[in-house]
Design a protein around this ligand. Structure first.
Ligand code: SF4
Length: 351
């Protein structure tokens, strides 16, 4: 009878042959670069991450340079990558780690820093510092669920995988093993149409033997997604500058610049747009012209933004707001939603 760890024995030699050449895998592994790549890769495809990663590193090549930066500049470089709390936490953690003399070397100590959950802490500790700790992300959970035929939906399989993973680690090679499992899940044991014929684990894989690899993990029942509706006025100055507001802590897209906005609760979107301006200290804006809408799918809900345009009566920006000329928007921390809204309101963003 094969034990779980022997089922995974062919993995490391496969990884040595098949691993993709990715910029963050260059030797010697630098903990800051490993961390940056792991944060960027959360919920985001490799091909999207690579240019962001390279641009970010050109500007912030070291932990110290990131720690010294202002949040605006960090978020401007993150702009378009989504899940902006990642960028803010990365920056906060860089400041804390730099003040303490560098990144801690264990998963337990890394978890004390902002933004380090169990996965990221284990990834940095095992890949960069060689700590003998397991990790489980969506790819790893799927591979383990299939090889070991773990019952339950994706969430349950992930919980089980965290319990099983410590017993699979080959001695002294946790980082390599973790990375190999993630690579197999990303490139061979994919959610749909896994390529079992090319898989080093196929001889011992339970789901493959059963003839239905895609049945693992089981389906999660889809939940109804709430719809959030915002009204957002684009207030434009004579010279083309647009009024922006920085979104506060606890709000969606916190820390990023955006059009003022307010939730539409009834059916009067123009009133909500006016309320959004009032809340920013821009009172008595008489005419708001509807100019389209933008939709965005967020992690747990759908968002619909109804856009309005208006000419600014005053040139001064109320406290906490700023005017941004189109030419300056490339260096402002904007979410991709804010970019879409600005374009829909007729603001031309360069680049
Ligand atoms: S044999 Fe197929 S199902 Fe099993 S781990 Fe490999 S690719 Fe995934």
């Amino acid at each position: 009878m094969r034990t779980p760890s022997t089922l995974f024995a062919p993995l490391l030699s496969w990884f040595a042959r098949a691993r993709r050449d990715l910029p963050w895998r260059e030797a010697p592994r630098d903990p800051y670069r490993v961390w940056l790549s792991e944060v960027m890769l959360q919920q985001t495809r490799v091909d999207v991450v690579v240019p962001y990663y390279l641009r970010f590193l050109r500007r912030f090549p070291t932990l110290a340079s990131l720690a010294q930066a202002g949040e605006d500049e960090v978020l401007a470089l993150w702009s378009g990558l989504g899940y902006y709390a990642r960028g803010r936490n990365l920056h906060r953690a860089a400041r804390a780690a730099a003040a303490a003399g560098g990144l801690p070397r264990t998963a337990a100590a890394l978890r004390e820093l902002p933004g380090f959950g169990p996965y990221t802490a284990a990834a940095v500790a095992s890949l960069a510092f060689g700590e003998q700790v397991p990790l489980v992300d969506g790819n790893v959970a799927r591979v383990l669920a299939r090889v070991l035929r773990l019952r339950g939906d994706a969430g349950e399989a992930r919980e089980r995988a965290w319990r099983i993973a410590p017993g699979l680690l080959p001695r002294g090679r946790a980082g390599e093993f973790n990375e190999a499992l993630m690579e197999l899940g990303a490139t061979v044991c994919t959610p749909r149409t896994p390529r079992c014929g090319e898989c080093p684990l196929s001889p011992g894989c339970g789901a493959h033997r059963q003839g239905e690899p895609e049945a693992f993990p089981g389906r999660t029942r889809a939940k109804a997604r709430p719809l959030l509706i915002w009204a957002a006025p684009a207030l434009l100055r004579r010279d083309g500058a647009v009024l922006l507001r920085r979104r506060g802590d606890g709000e969606l897209f916190a820390g990023l610049w955006d059009l003022p906005s307010a939730e539409v609760c009834g059916d009067d979107a123009a009133a909500a747009a006016r309320a959004a301006l009032d809340a920013c200290g821009v009172f008595g804006q008489p005419h708001l012209e509807p100019c389209g809408e933008v939709r965005q799918v967020l992690t747990h809900r759908d968002l619909r933004v109804l856009l309005f345009r208006a000419r600014a009566r005053r040139a001064a920006a109320p406290a906490g707001l700023r005017w941004a000329l189109p030419a300056d928007l490339a260096s402002v921390g904007l979410s991709s939603l804010a970019r879409k809204c600005l374009r829909a309101a007729g603001v031309v963003i360069p680049g």
